[in-house]
Design a protein around this ligand. Structure first.
Ligand SMILES: Nc1ncnc2c1ncn2[C@@H]1O[C@H](COP(=O)(O)OP(=O)(O)OP(=O)(O)O)[C@@H](O)[C@H]1O
Length: 320
């Protein structure tokens, strides 16, 4: 069977305000390759700034790359928006932490509305799946979203995000606000989704609590480059430590190498840190966005009819 997620020589640089990678900017993601099959649960690991979110956003169709570099269910998520609109590919993370899709709009998760209205507002859902998620996440349907705690709001949001039976799920640290029990229940549910329905999950996290036996695969990224992509049992053969201690040792080694490199640069009279290329950060700067129009152009240029009808446009590379 073909892999459900295939990343092949993926390289990516954030565009500047003209929609193109700034001259001389080194790729943020460089030559990353790995693939996953139905039923796999992959932990995507790395230090802050390693490139995990960027990879998940590319997989989720939010950043444009050459369609040959990333295939999800055999398709390119950026060019074939039906992949996400059908619910087959689901991305929970990033901007999703503030907003949620409700009645066809992106609305703020803190508005004055009940949890029931939010959850039951998602149409075309299997009622049994909905009931199970409400139970697992221990949601009180009477909660008012503007008065709920961060964790309670997050549970409603996760419930809404998981209502459709996804085939591929991308999670960018969504469990930070959850209490130990809610997180454990959610992880158990997600594991079941992979084992019983053959879903594929990629989960980027820094929280290792309860994860020792959860993943089937581990992918470790450092400075945008793939360091390791292995089944969990291979990682366990390599290290007798817990998963958290193993990852801690990788990150410590990475930091020591960084420090050594910086020291060498300093000794040679070079700047300690790599130069940040001017103009490479476009998100969050309204003036830049107005010129770049990455999101709007991306929407206009992509097509539900599939990538064969897609016309490459130099500035249609980012979606929020
Ligand atoms: N919109 C953007 N424009 C330019 N550079 C960006 C943009 N978003 C992220 N970056 C840069 O890309 C690099 C990787 O960021 P990314 O968010 O993918 O890392 P991460 O591994 O998810 O980190 P964390 O664990 O802190 O969430 C960082 O150096 C970051 O500054």
């Amino acid at each position: 069977m073909a892999p459900t997620v295939e990343i092949s020589h993926l390289s990516f640089t954030y565009p500047g305000i003209d929609g193109r990678p700034p001259p001389g900017a080194p790729p943020l993601i460089e030559d990353v390759c790995f693939s996953l099959d139905a039923g796999h649960r992959c932990l995507l690991l790395g230090s802050n700034g390693a490139g995990k979110t960027t990879i998940l956003k590319i997989l989720g169709g939010k950043h444009m790359v050459d369609p040959s570099m990333v295939r999800v269910l055999g398709r390119s998520a950026f060019h074939d928006t039906a992949l996400t609109s059908s619910g087959d590919l689901c991305y929970l993370g990033g901007e999703w932490r503030r907003d949620v899709a409700f009645a066809g709009y992106q609305v703020n998760i803190q508005m004055d509305i009940s949890a029931e209205k939010m959850i039951f507002g998602v149409v075309g859902v299997d009622p049994q799946r909905r009931d199970e998620l409400i139970k697992i996440l221990d949601i009180d349907l009477a909660w008012r979203m503007h008065k709920a705690s961060d964790g309670q709001r997050r549970r409603v949001q996760i419930c809404m995000g998981l209502l459709k039976p996804f085939k591929v799920l991308l999670l960018d640290e969504i469990t930070v606000d959850l209490d130990v029990l809610a997180r454990a229940n959610l992880l158990t549910y997600l594991k079941k989704e992979c084992e019983e329905r053959g879903a594929t999950i990629i989960y980027a996290t820094h929280i290792f609590d309860g994860l020792d036996d959860w993943p089937t695969h581990i992918v470790y990224i450092a400075r945008g480059k793939l360091q390791l992509a292995l089944p969990l049992e291979k990682v366990k053969e390599m290290s007798q430590l817990s998963l958290m201690r193993t990852v801690e040792s990788w990150l410590r080694k990475e930091r020591d190498e960084d420090r050594r490199r910086r020291k060498e640069r300093k000794e040679k009279g070079l700047p300690e840190f790599d130069k940040v290329t001017e103009g490479s950060r476009v998100i969050g700067d309204p003036a830049a966005r107005a010129v770049n129009n990455g999101w709007a152009a991306g929407r206009l240029a992509s097509t539900v009819a599939g990538e064969e009808n897609f016309i490459f446009s130099s500035n249609s590379v980012l979606r929020q």
